[in-house]
Ligand binder design. Structure first.
Ligand code: CTP
Length: 407
């Protein structure tokens, strides 16, 4: 019987208030079977003490190269790691890492690690935007480290801005993906637009016509493209998911708003993936006051523009266009027959066709999994078995990357 060795993760924690959120990240790793060694800095322990890290990881923690010297921890921990993630990474820690300083156990570990290294920065906006920090981040990225863009939101005090630690769930998703696929910045230097969610067409200030799209597949596309090095714009329609780390999110509601946002961003993009469920019709008039039920309900609709078809007619040379088609199959044709017809009608390069059904269907709207067949305008057909939405997203980016002109 072969014994499966759990992936060895080093969780570096530097001294910022967001250190408490690293406990959540640690929990995610240990509960999913990773072997985690926590290496805090001395100042991290001012925020969260050693007993917390030891209890949650099941291992003693040390900040110093002088403990357990006979085991040479300052070399061994880094050498045997499959992944190192530093969360939060302060401005000071990023500076030390960029310059190769090694004055404690964490900075020594960063110098001896030969595995993927992820930094999740957290600091005040001024510190993040300072030329020194930006230069350090650029240096680390040029060496192949992943430096996640900080999130925008509430900071330590009453102030808010860019510099917040990305959500632990987002950091965890980036790390587990790196453990599964390794470092693959094959979309570096590319700009991509992804639409996600479902549009809402308002009848009055209270009511709207919407659909069941959760946005999870579109967010998976945005997250995986960012992990592969792309500059990503996510046009999100009515989603309630945390912003994917390092992605520019443009929020929209109606089909017309989505169209304007996607068309504007598409002008300078190498690929556009239309994953959003866009309403085909909108009410001719949006009432300014709430409709009363004593009124008879007589609503007139007008057709919305078809964003994908519009993109397909006038796109910039070399731009790769991907559509999604959630089909059920009917008397006029099977799921795939409807998909083939739609691919031709919309003028896109790839169409991701998936079967949808009622709640409980394995590839339903709100689920965590998806399965699809990706049809290509070149006659290709790629079957993606039931798996995570990230796994389907990676296949889509593989197919897009293969169609992008050489940069
Ligand atoms: N789409 C779009 N604009 C619309 C409707 C759909 O860009 N007004 C895009 C979707 O984002 C998706 C693809 O077109 O990528 C297919 O969406 P779907 O709703 O299946 O297509 P429809 O053209 O509405 O076809 P159907 O007759 O099956 O409703």
């Amino acid at each position: 019987m072969t014994r499966v060795v759990p992936p060895a993760v080093v969780l570096g924690v530097s001294g910022g208030i967001a250190a408490y959120k690293a406990a959540d990240l640690l929990r995610r790793f240990t509960e999913s079977g990773h072997d985690v060694t926590v290496v805090p800095t001395e100042s991290a322990l001012a925020f969260v003490g050693a007993p917390t890290w030891a209890a949650l990881s099941g291992k003693a923690v040390s900040t110093s190269v002088w403990d357990d010297v006979q085991q040479v921890p300052h070399v061994r921990i880094g050498q045997s790691a499959d992944l190192v993630v530093v969360a939060p990474a302060t401005a000071d820690l990023l500076a030390k890492a960029a310059h190769g300083l090694a004055d404690d156990l964490l900075t020594n570990t960063l110098l001896t690690a030969r595995c993927p290294v992820v930094f999740a920065p957290a600091m005040h906006t001024e510190m993040w935007e300072h030329a020194a920090t930006q230069a350090n981040v650029a240096t680390l990225r040029s060496r192949g480290c992943i430096v996640i863009e900080p999130a925008v939101g509430r900071l330590t005090g009453a102030d808010s801005g860019k510099g917040r630690l990305p959500e632990p769930a987002e950091i965890y998703a980036i790390c587990t993906r790196l453990l599964a696929r390794g470092l693959e910045p094959d979309l570096a230097g590319r700009r991509v637009v992804v639409s996600a969610g479902g549009t809402r067409e308002h009848l009055d200030p209270v009511r709207f016509l919407g659909n069941r799209s959760s946005g999870k597949q579109g967010y998976a596309l945005a997250r995986t493209a960012a992990a592969r090095g792309a500059e990503v714009v996510l046009v999100a329609a009515n989603t309630a998911l945390p912003d994917p780390a390092g992605v520019k999110v443009v929020r929209v509601s109606s089909a017309l708003e989505l169209r304007d946002a996607v068309m504007a961003e598409a002008l300078s993009s190498d690929a556009v993936v239309m994953c959003a469920a866009v309403a085909d019709y909108r009410p001719v008039e949006r009432g300014q006051t709430k409709r009363k039920k004593t009124e008879s309900l007589n609503v007139q609709f007008v057709q919305n523009p078809d964003v994908l078809a519009e993109l397909g007619t006038g796109r910039r040379p070399g731009q790769v266009l991907v559509g999604f088609a959630a089909e059920t199959g009917d008397a006029d044709g099977s799921v795939l027959e409807h998909g083939q017809a739609k691919l031709a009608r919309k003028g896109c390069d790839l169409l991701v066709v998936n079967e949808v059904g009622d709640a409980g269907h394995p590839t339903g709207f709100e689920g965590e999994q998806n399965a699809a067949v990706v049809l290509g305008a070149d006659g290709s057909s790629t079957e993606v078995p039931l798996g995570s939405k990230d796994a389907l997203a990676d296949v889509v980016w593989d197919l897009v990357a293969a169609r992008l002109p050489a940069s």
